[in-house]
Design a protein around this ligand. Structure first.
Ligand code: DQA
Length: 168
């Protein structure tokens, strides 16, 4: 069953939380940078946050660029909002950026660390330009804030109130 079909059953809004390479190693990967929380903990927290926001959150992680691109296509086809931590793909994957440019629903880029305060190669995001916004530097809280932004953007879309940041 697709994420969209599953949510249709429950009457909640589907959201995909997609994670790129090496994030499956959370907990043991550079804990001084990424903390000690595992991907399983992150998944639990995102699903629980989603429940409080009326979102049916599905969390996925892959080390494979092609798989991530296919998930982005799935989201575009199903008009499913996405919270995306592209991990290292953030900095160089034009294939991922091009896939995201086809999006049909809100997209929030998320990072556990603050790439702007780290090595120079992390200062570039090829994804940021096609996202509604970016949340970075707050550990797992980045995901909660991103889900809140998605809920807000989805609500604004429903009421025709426009998207955050589009006003002036
Ligand atoms: C990251 C930051 C990226 O620079 C890095 O390659 C990651 C994780 C983050 O969540 O802080 O893998 O996206």
């Amino acid at each position: 069953m697709s994420a969209a079909e599953a949510s249709e059953r429950t009457g909640t809004r589907p959201v995909l939380v997609l994670n790129g390479p090496n994030l499956g190693r959370l907990g043991s990967r550079e804990p001084e940078v990424y903390g000690s929380t595992t991907m399983a903990d992150l998944t639990e927290q995102c699903v629980a946050t989603g429940r409080t926001l009326g979102l049916d959150v599905e969390v996925r992680q892959t080390d494979d660029e092609s798989e991530l691109v296919h998930w982005v296509h799935e989201a575009a086809d199903g008009r499913i909002p996405v919270v995306l931590n592209p991990a290292a793909f953030t900095h160089y994957s034009y294939a991922l950026r091009d896939a995201l440019a086809m999006r049909t629903a809100p997209l929030v880029e998320v990072h556990i660390s603050n790439p702007a305060a780290r090595e120079t190669f992390r200062h570039t995001s090829v994804v940021a330009g096609v996202a509604d916004g970016t949340v970075a530097g707050f550990g797992l809280t980045s995901y909660r804030l991103a889900l809140e932004a998605i809920a807000e953007l989805a609500r604004a879309g429903e009421t025709g109130a426009g998207q955050a940041g589009s006003g002036g």
